[in-house]
Ligand binder design. Structure first.
Ligand code: DAT
Ligand code: MG
Length: 151
């Protein structure tokens, strides 16, 4: 497994429901490295670009309304196998099928309010981080815990 980057986003329902700290904690405690973090009101065009693969779906307009309905928390996380690992922490798309212990399994009930996004491949991780963060918004740093998390 390689060092990868993933784009994680707390959706507007997660922000409104005061779950920011809870959700960030899960990634912090797992041992991934935070490289970027901001509260952000997403413009319509960015939401459409982010979800462009879904634009032919019947739920696309509702999805865009939802994502732009209030501020989101944008995060870039780095780590060995972080893309797949973050998807496991998040749980499957429909919270009713998401395992207890996952973010969606513990904190959400409907697909249309599933509180968090995670990139589905290392390529999309890079693409989405580039889409949501500007030059200078990401930090390169060495966490002191690194030798206690990786060999
Ligand atoms: P995920 O967010 O688990 O990667 P996805 O990429 O297939 O899932 O879809 C992106 C988002 O679109 C998802 O988090 C919620 C919404 N969505 C997906 N399938 C849906 C459906 N059948 N009905 C309503 N919303 C849906
Ligand atoms: Mg997806």
């Amino acid at each position: 497994l390689e060092v990868e980057e993933t784009y994680i986003m707390i959706k507007p329902d997660g922000v409104q429901r005061c779950l920011i700290g809870e959700i960030i904690s899960r990634f912090e405690k797992k041992g991934f490295k935070l490289k970027g973090l901001k509260l952000f009101q997403c413009p319509q065009e960015l939401a459409q670009e982010h979800y462009k693969d879904l634009q032919s779906k019947p739920f696309f307009p509702k999805l865009i309304n939802y994502i732009t309905s209030g501020p989101v928390v944008c995060m870039a996380w780095e780590g060995v196998g972080v893309v797949a690992s973050a998807r496991k922490l998040i749980g499957v798309t429909n919270p009713l099928n998401a395992e207890p212990g996952t973010i969606r399994g513990d904190l959400a009930v409907q697909t249309g309010r599933n509180v968090v996004h995670g990139s589905d491949s290392p390529e999309n991780g890079k693409r989405e981080i580039a889409l949501w963060f500007k030059e200078g918004e990401l930090c390169e740093w060495t966490p002191v815990l690194e030798p206690w998390l990786t060999e």
